[in-house]
Write a protein that binds this ligand. Sequence first.
Ligand code: ITT
Length: 193
Amino acid sequence: MKKEILVATHNQHKKEEIQQILGANFIVTSLTDYNIHDEIVEDGLTFHENARIKAEYCFKTTGKASLGDDSGLVIEALDGRPGIFSARYAGKHDFAKNMAKVLGEMEHEENRKAYFVTVMCLMDENGVNYFEGRIYGQIRRELSGSKGFGYDPIFQPDNYDITFADMSAEEKNTISHRRKALDQFLEFVAEEI
Ligand code: ITT
């Protein structure tokens, strides 16, 4: 039987990436599918806290197995920023402004090291579990590519000479931070069933 997972997001792109990675054994739903349009207040101080806040809100509201995903870009030369503030670094969900701010702050930086991280919190009737994935790379000096979302046009993963935004969805989904977190989730669910 297919297992439903409610992903605590309004971000359609994220939902689709997760469905694509989890495959046909899962039905991935989102808050939008439940007609819940509330903005969940993400006031945690860490990715883990925010992931849990999202999962808890969804589980308490619907009773469905809920996955809270908090992700972001962590840049070494910027002391870890934008980090948990990735979605609203310069303008709320304004990807162009957010990237422009990062590139501005990085203008004179030689150290371009960064990573994307996803922390997922699964909350269901059995309790709470966390999964984490990271992908390391470099911040480009200019945007490249038009696929994906968020900071994809300025992030070049290690061992590649193209950005996430130059890659097809399939290619990004084989190496991404979200993929790595979901692989752990899949292992866990396989053991749980
Ligand atoms: P929800 O809170 O509704 O899930 P969100 O987009 O705000 O959607 P996050 O709180 O996890 O999601 O914020 C993550 C931000 O980090 C997101 O808005 C992007 O700017 C960036 N981000 C996360 N994953 C990314 C990816 O795979 N590629 C590019 N940018 C990403």
